[in-house]
Design a protein around this ligand. Structure first.
Ligand code: P1T
Length: 380
């Protein structure tokens, strides 16, 4: 099955043997009748397994070209489950440019449990090798990174991870499997904030993991059930519905993203645009190799160094909404320093280029002329 067919049918064979419903029923139930102790039809209690969740987990596994999918109550819960594979004394190498919430989870929760995190610049994969020790158990990358849109070379990172027998997890939230499938490149774990493009309509908070290795899947399933951060059946239904249009939404996100990146890149009042589709992006060549398009996320720095003038641009926007999050059909603008990345100390943020005047856009699927006109009136 090709990708555009998988988004609609992947993992959805025989979803309603009772009545043949084309969309899976929402099994809004906590528990399942047993004919005798242990005599059930594969479902006992909805924290452990729920049919609507299973449908979604199969669909996500299918579009990521993986064998096992797991759905969680948020992207953070999915990341939390991965780190719970580790033990005190273990070490993680993570890219220094990460979603602020991921950095916060690593540094304020798991560091206290004795897991050590090294945040490094991964633009050259050889930097990773320098930090690997016998205690390293996991490499954690985002690509494109949030919010600087750095592209990390997944294939080269896989080579290093395999050489040292370290797990490689890729947060594929920004790219989605429409643009890149890390498991096909050799990564061990793919993670999603399904809140974003997979859901696609800004109405569900959810996370997901996909893996190929059965032993690893079993461990993650054990954590999912034991810790209990599962997604509810209504939310699973909504994300399943969202995935059915992922390919056509992503196509438009990419077109609009590129047009807006070019508009901003040519604008005299804009100093710098971070979009992997632009030829002046430092990792454009890697993006071209490992992605089939460049997505709908971009960040930019206005020419003004005055914070109030930069913030005024965001406030002037009328079609773009000032809000956290991304990946929905509607365009959003964000201010990483005070919003998504406020939990990272300013000195660390600035090392990664997250200056206070940086603005992040999640370009939606509206008419691009309206989006460009909106930006044009907002930038003064
Ligand atoms: O919000 P949640 O579903 O828990 O997902 C966390 C998360 C993980 N990884 C990446 C790359 C993310 O961007 C996020 C959430 N990000 C935002 C809310 C944001 O506006 O960037």
């Amino acid at each position: 099955m090709k990708f555009n067919t998988k988004t609609i049918h992947g993992g959805q064979e025989n979803i309603d043997p009772a009545f043949g419903a084309v969309m899976p029923p929402i099994y809004q139930t906590t528990t399942y009748a047993q004919s005798a102790p242990g005599g059930h039809k594969g479902f006992e209690y909805s924290r452990s397994k729920n049919p609507t969740r299973s449908n979604l987990e199969r669909a996500i596994a299918s579009i990521e070209n993986g064998k096992f999918g797991l759905a969680f109550s948020s992207g953070m819960a999915a990341i939390d489950a991965v780190i719970k594979l580790l033990k005190p004394g273990d070490e993680v190498i993570a890219s220094s440019d990460l979603y602020g919430g991921t950095y916060r989870l690593f540094t304020t929760i798991f560091q206290d449990f004795g897991v050590k995190f090294h945040f490094i610049n991964m633009s050259a994969p050889s930097n990773i090798e320098q930090h690997i020790t016998k205690k390293t158990k996991l490499i954690w990358v985002e690509t494109p990174t949030n919010p600087m849109m750095n592209i990390l070379d997944i294939k080269s990172t896989v080579t290093i991870a395999k050489k040292y027998r370290v797990l490689l997890a890729v947060d594929n939230t920004f790219a989605t499997p429409y643009l890149q499938q890390p498991l096909c490149l050799g990564a061990d774990i793919v993670m999603h904030s399904a809140t974003k493009y997979l859901g696609g309509h800004s109405d569900v908070v959810m996370g997901a993991l996909v893996v190929n290795d059965e032993k690893l899947a079993k461990k993650l399933y054990f954590i999912q059930n034991a810790s209990g951060a599962i997604s509810g059946p209504q939310d699973c239904f909504l994300v399943l519905r969202g995935i059915k249009t992922l390919h056509i939404r992503m196509q438009r996100h990419c077109e609009n993203g590129m047009a807006i990146a070019q508009f901003l890149n040519n604008h005299p009042k804009i100093k710098k645009v971070y979009y992997p589709g632009l030829e002046n992006h430092p990792n454009h060549h890697i993006a071209k190799q490992q992605m089939t398009g460049f997505g709908g996320m971009l960040s930019f720095v206005p020419a003004t160094e005055k914070l109030d003038e930069a913030l005024k641009i965001i406030e002037n926007l009328k079609v773009f909404t000032l809000a956290e999050s991304l990946g929905g059909v509607e365009s959003l603008a964000g201010h990483p320093a005070t919003m998504t990345h406020a939990s990272i100390p300013k000195s660390e943020r600035e090392k990664n280029g997250i200056v206070d005047t940086l603005i992040r856009l999640s370009v939606g699927i509206e008419d691009v002329d309206d989006l460009i006109a909106d930006l044009n009136q907002a930038i003064f």
